[in-house]
Write a protein that binds this ligand. Structure first.
Ligand SMILES: NC(=O)c1ccc[n+]([C@@H]2O[C@H](COP(=O)([O-])OP(=O)(O)OC[C@H]3O[C@@H](n4cnc5c(N)ncnc54)[C@H](O)[C@@H]3O)[C@@H](O)[C@H]2O)c1
Length: 254
């Protein structure tokens, strides 16, 4: 499939995990890809591997985000897809009883304010073109409660969900689609390391997943490619779950 021939995509957090898998998928389908990340080495490597552009960006900085979309537009003349995906999940964001205001604010800035900034500065380009697809990474935790709390993370993803819905509605008649992507747990190095140290903790999580495994980053990238493409032309303001059935489950198979 070459659904992105002649199209341009910007991916934040494109140096690692879900973002990197998406960079590869979109490029494989013909897109010119702009990678935005704090990680210069990883970002440059990702860009080189797909013949794209790396723009060093801190997604919490208004100036950086403005410059990112300008650089993408200057380089390729258009922006068809914005995958606003960079996010963090630090260990000091935990139960509300233990999480300090600093950790709360840092997670809100990186996970939620960044999405506000990216949407704010990409939408004008998309309005000019009369088309565009924005995919904001939320999480299944925006939809479900967890006893293993990361309170600011969960609240930030709930914010991403509500903001994406509102923008999807506001700009629907201008040809701009905005969707929130809600991945279930994904098998990234961080998660693998965490659970290798504590197999009991891993088993406790896995029991809730009907499919009995975590997602691979490529499976999330495939959903982003769908939402970014014309195949999803009537999908906007949605909460797009790619969660292996977690949010639908009451009792899971043994
Ligand atoms: N991994 C999961 O299980 C999972 C599940 C649901 C949702 N998510 C969400 O998916 C997104 C990607 O997660 P991942 O697992 O691929 O993470 P990851 O840590 O592998 O990648 C995140 C990337 O974002 C970059 N980044 C962090 N802060 C940044 C900043 N201020 N400016 C620019 N770049 C920054 C990092 O350098 C990194 O390259 C996040 O929003 C995360 O919350 C992940």
């Amino acid at each position: 499939m070459q659904r992105f021939e002649g199209r341009v995509a910007v991916v934040t957090g494109g140096a690692s995990g879900i973002g990197l898998a998406t960079v590869r998928r979109l490029a494989a389908e013909g897109a010119k890809v702009v990678i935005a990340d704090l990680d210069e080495a990883g970002g440059k490597q990702a860009a080189e591997s797909v013949g794209g552009l790396f723009v060093r960006t801190d997604v919490t900085s208004e100036e950086d985000v403005k410059a990112l979309f300008k650089a993408a537009h200057d380089a390729y003349g258009r922006i068809d897809v914005a995958f606003n995906n960079a996010g963090i999940s630090p260990p000091d964001d935990d139960s509300i009883l233990d999480t300090g205001l600093d950790a709360w604010k840092r997670v809100q800035e990186v996970n939620l304010t960044s999405v506000y900034l990216c949407c704010k500065y990409v939408i004008p380009y998309m309005r000019e073109q009369g088309r565009g697809s924005i995919i904001n990474t939320a999480s299944f935790v925006a939809k479900m409660g967890a006893a293993t709390s990361q309170i600011s993370y969960t609240a930030s993803k709930g914010g991403v969900l509500a903001m994406s819905r509102e923008l999807g509605v506001q700009f629907a008649r201008e040809g701009i689609r905005v969707n929130a992507l809600c991945p279930g747990p994904v098998s990234t190095p961080l998660l693998q390391e965490l659970f290798a140290k504590d197999p009991e903790k891993a088993a406790r999580r896995l029991v809730h997943i009907p499919t009995g495994r975590f997602a691979e980053p490529e499976e999330i990238a495939a959903a982003v490619a769908f939402l970014g493409s014309d195949d999803a032309s009537f999908i906007t303001a949605s909460e797009f779950l790619v969660d292996g059935g977690i949010s639908g489950a009451y009792v899971t198979p043994l």
